[in-house]
Design a binder for this molecule. Structure first.
Ligand SMILES: [Fe+2]
Ligand SMILES: [Fe+2]
Length: 359
């Protein structure tokens, strides 16, 4: 027997006891009130997170997360010597919760897609240089900014108490969605004889505001409602920019994912403001900064030129393209204000940016 640490020695002693028939079986008597439940699938979608929340007390989500700050599954018996790991310090439900988190996670799992298999890459066709370059520039921009929406949840995820696992799982699904978005736009840039064009220092400067938000809720309002809301409206109008069935499918599939991210953010802000109406001004402040950043980001020269060429159908129709971008912007603002109203906040008369583009 090599020299082993006390922990390994203790494990070997336990194993030896069990093998000699010295059983404990105390775990069999643990958590009696949690025993005897039977979760069943609600429908053909299978056994979802929502379904297992409908049995016993397993769906009871405390306003304050477990004081143990551990990884113990919600509803299990927690021994008194459970260590607090110190890292799970977001313990207030109102700081992360959204009533639709379990539903959105179930939907995310059911609607995963593959950028390798589910995009009809074989239907790409050679394009005129101006159109292919515009598409590649748009894809370069999107590949650059998509994963900030993965980095932001990742920054907060490990701090969230495990009692709010619905939120943690949803955010994990979002991180993977954003990974797919980043790679699908990168793939489109490289798949039709073009390539990546110019990255954007301005965009990155502006998106820092999301990563540097002082808490999860302000970061979420900025990203889920404002940033991703604008992107959702853009993808919803993806036909405006698509050259082939390939881009149409990319925009449509990304749109489904973005709709979940925006829905979480909207419902989280609603929950937060119901619990903390006194903090509405904090949300207004960060949204004002975010509106300025989003507006500038969407109007950077590379972005606006490339989008207008695609929307118009060629460099010679760029004027037509600008008009379509103006129409899209109006829709983005309208939908943004509507979502905020659903969350319980009205910025109609507080907007820091014009409601229409001067084009
Ligand atoms: Fe995305
Ligand atoms: Fe997203």
């Amino acid at each position: 027997m090599p020299n082993v640490s006390p922990n390994v020695e203790k494990a070997l002693d336990t194993l030896s006891d069990v093998r000699r028939g010295k059983l404990d079986l105390g775990w069999m008597k643990s958590n009696p009130e949690g025993w005897g439940v039977k979760a069943t699938p609600r429908d053909e979608r299978g056994l979802g997170l929502e379904d297992i929340n409908r049995v016993g007390r397993y769906g009871d989500v405390p306003d304050e997360g477990s004081i143990f700050g551990s990884m113990a599954p919600r509803g299990s018996e927690i021994p008194e010597d459970m260590p607090s790991l110190g890292c799970y310090d977001i313990n207030d439900k109102s700081l992360v919760w959204a009533e639709n988190a379990a539903h959105l996670y179930d939907e995310a799992v059911a609607r995963q897609w593959s950028s390798a298999r589910d995009i009809p890459w074989g239907e790409l066709q050679p394009q005129r240089d101006d159109l292919e370059k515009a598409m590649c520039q748009v894809c370069t921009n999107l590949a650059e900014i998509e994963f900030v929406a993965g980095d932001m949840p990742a920054k907060w995820l490990h701090r969230i108490n495990h009692d709010f696992h619905e939120v943690k799982l949803f955010l994990a699904s979002q991180i993977f969605d954003e990974a797919r978005h980043m790679e699908v736009f990168r793939k489109r840039a490289l798949a039709n004889g073009g390539g990546l064009l110019r990255s954007s220092p301005d965009s990155e400067q502006l998106l820092r505001v999301i990563l540097e938000a002082p808490n999860f809720t302000t970061g979420s309002a900025l990203m889920h409602i404002l940033g991703e809301g604008f992107v959702l409206t853009l993808f919803r109008n993806g036909e405006m920019f698509a050259l082939t069935p390939v881009e149409k499918k990319i925009f449509r599939l990304c749109m489904q994912d973005e709709a979940r991210h925006v829905a979480y953010g909207t419902m989280h802000l609603k929950y937060f403001l119901e619990k903390h109406p006194e903090r509405e001004s904090e949300i207004h402040d960060i949204l004002r900064r975010g509106e300025e950043a989003t507006f500038s980001l969407n109007q950077t020269q590379d972005t606006v030129e490339a989008r207008a060429i695609l929307a118009g159908g060629g460099l010679e129709y760029i004027e037509e393209g600008f008009k379509k971008l103006g129409y899209l912007f109006k829709k983005q603002i309208h939908e943004y204000l509507y979502r905020l109203k659903m969350a319980g906040i009205d910025r109609t008369n507080k907007l820091a940016i014009p409601v229409e583009l001067p084009i």
